[in-house]
Design a protein. Structure first.
Lengths: 128, 128
DNA sequence: CGCCCATGTAAGCAACTCCTTATGTAACGA
DNA sequence: TCGTTACATAAGGAGTTGCTTACATGGGCG
């Protein structure tokens, strides 16, 4: 019901908003209070609060209370995970670039020569 | 007023779904048709189609039509942009780790010593 | 004590997401 | 021509997002 979403999705979703990315940029220069984070944005405070809640749910920030101020600090572990995923896929793609050509040639051939056997409706990659 | 959303947000949002990430993983091993991409998922074809539309809108895939099959191929440029953003922020944070301590000490002092001058309601970092 | 300050929570609303079923549309094969 | 395959589009619904205004909480200051 509520949210059985995996961590990585939470992180990417948190990053998928310019306001939240700007907040992280600001926090990358050092911790800040909620008021300091809100300052650059033409937006109500509750809106800011909710953005921070999204960032916190993704594990990207921590909030600690000194007196009446909440100081937000950046946490990098989720960014590491995200970076790892992206870089892994960039790498794999470059390694297997040759497979693309091979596959394309197979598909094109079976499409142009039209049915090698009875294999047209099945799947285009079937080339015995 | 459809969508004046920036590219990076579109990319991160596209990555914020396990189904779409799995599709990209599959495509990293080489191009595939829509049917091949749909096979591992317990989901209707229109759902698959819409996921592919999100990936295409983010520039992460290209669709080319051979005969009646649409072959999807991965595009890495958006992943490069995303990776760059994440890595830049990971780096900045590690470089300025010392600023954290300094700031925390400032805040803590002005909170514990309670009002350095008249500066309590203003901002917590004001320490003349 | 009473007041302001920084922040959080509640409730409401338009827009979007992610899925569904039903209905095209184009290409191939018999 | 007719049926089938591969896919897209249309329409709709449950849930979520991103904002708003109004109110609550909890600490410092006079």
């Amino acid at each position: 019901m509520g949210g059985a979403v995996d961590d990585l999705s939470l992180v990417f979703q948190a990053l998928a908003d310019p306001t939240r990315r700007a907040m992280l940029s600001r926090l990358a220069a050092g911790p800040a209070t909620v008021g300091e984070l809100a300052e650059p944005f033409a937006m109500s405070r509750p809106a800011i609060s909710q953005h921070l809640k999204v960032l916190e749910r993704a594990g990207l920030i921590e909030r600690t209370a000194h007196a009446q101020w909440r100081t937000c600090t950046l946490r990098t572990e989720p960014l590491d995970e995200a970076s790892e995923w992206v870089d892994r896929h960039r790498g794999e793609w470059n390694e297997r670039f040759d497979l693309l050509d091979e596959h394309l040639r197979r598909v094109k051939r079976s499409a142009e020569r039209a049915a090698p056997q009875g294999g047209a409706p099945g799947r285009p990659k079937e080339t015995p």
